[in-house]
Design a protein around this ligand. Sequence first.
Ligand code: FES
Length: 104
Amino acid sequence: MYQFVQAPFLYSDLEEGKFQSILLAEKQLIVLKKKEQLFAFAATCPHAGAHFCDAWIDASDRLVCPLHKYRFDLSNGRNTSGEGYKLKIYPIKIEENTIFIGIW
Ligand code: FES
C-alpha cells in the first residue's frame, strides 16, 4: 500500500517535457509533465540501471532509455519494445496546485 507524499514543487513550477529528478521519501524519481498530464516513475531503468535524466519521449509518447533504447509506456510501465522489463510507475494526485506522489 502506498502513501501520498507532497512533492517539493508545485504543478505550475513544472515545464512541459522537462524531466524533473527528485528524492522523495528516500526514492529517486522522475516527474514529467507531458501534454498537461503528470507522470512519476523510477529514476533508473529496470534493465541495467541507466539514469533517465538523459532519456527522451518518442513520437509515440513512450519513454526511451538513453543506454539501450528500450521503450516504456508511462501510463503503466510496460516495456513496449518487448524485452520484458517493467518500469516502476508512481501514482500522482494534484490538489489545487500541489502535487502528491504515492510512495511505497
Ligand atoms: S539500461 Fe535502460 S535499456 Fe538498458
